[in-house]
Design a protein around this ligand. Structure first.
Ligand code: MLT
Length: 267
């Protein structure tokens, strides 16, 4: 991993081919760049792939301010650091919220935007309440319990039962993140704005990857967003929850690859 110097220390990896349109991957809540490890070999074989740890996760310092704007500026800082003028940006869940914020502020830097189990809507009241309870748990020193309860609900039931090692690896990693960084992400998600207008205005193609059994970004909700952009590429992964990069790794890699190819051809 390398570190940017400003605004905070943001960890990133830049791998694969040097030429061509870069693909930038963002992880979700309580994850790091490593969430894409499984599908990386096929993706980085034919293009440059930049992955970063959003502030407070992986090897990145916790954010100075808890907002999606902070994440968006971290993405910009990494792109500047690695001299990427334009890219295809794909974000998993919370990474998708950050990607939408980036799309609002730096639309000229996108040749494609991918929402991987993500959407532009604000939280429901129920979700806000759950986030506030999470912040309280973290402030009460219960980080390990919090992250242990978090991951099982993200996978489709059958996958969770048959792949306990996958869940445990994510939980173990999340137990190493500073509680302040996790709480800041919850604050940032609580305060995020509705980005339906960003999707209506966006000039580049938008990818939607949905999980048929995703309880966090349910298809019936995400599909309402898929009609907003001028060009949308929509995929529903059958039998998959919120973690398609593990639950349907090959298919996910193929979808991202084809979307990138389409964006590279249309610029
Ligand atoms: C994520 O996976 O990033 C989160 O579950 C997103 C959310 O809580 O809205």
């Amino acid at each position: 991993m390398k570190l940017t110097r400003l605004p905070d220390a943001i960890a990133y990896r830049s791998e694969g081919a040097v030429e061509g349109l870069p693909l930038v991957l963002l992880h979700g809540f309580c994850e790091s760049h490593s969430v894409w490890d499984v599908i990386m070999p096929s993706l980085s074989a034919t293009r440059r792939v930049v992955r970063l740890d959003l502030p407070g996760f992986g090897a990145s310092a916790p954010p100075a301010a808890a907002s999606m704007g902070t994440y968006s500026e971290a993405i910009r800082a990494v792109l500047d650091e690695v001299s990427v003028e334009k890219c295809v940006l794909v974000g998993h869940s919370m990474g998708g919220y950050a990607a939408l914020e980036f799309a609002e502020h730096h639309p000229e830097r996108l040749s494609g935007l991918g929402l991987f189990h993500s959407h532009p809507f604000e939280d429901s009241d129920e979700r806000r309440e759950a986030r506030r309870r999470g912040i309280e748990m973290l402030q009460a020193g219960k980080r390990d319990l919090y992250v242990s309860q978090l991951f099982p609900g993200l996978f489709a039931e059958t996958f969770a039962k048959t792949h306990p090692e996958r869940l445990n690896a994510l939980i173990d990693e999340a137990k190493r993140f500073a509680p302040e960084g996790i709480a800041a992400a919850l604050e940032a998600m609580l305060g995020r704005k509705n980005h339906t207008e960003t999707l209506r205005r966006i000039a580049c193609p938008v990818l939607f990857v949905l999980g048929e059994q995703d309880a966090i970004a349910p298809p019936e909700q995400v599909l309402q967003a898929a009609v907003l952009p001028r060009v949308a590429d929509v995929h529903i992964l059958t039998g998959v929850g919120h973690m398609g990069m593990f639950e349907a790794a090959e298919k996910s890699a193929e979808i991202v690859h084809k979307f990138w190819e389409f964006c590279a051809e249309t610029i």
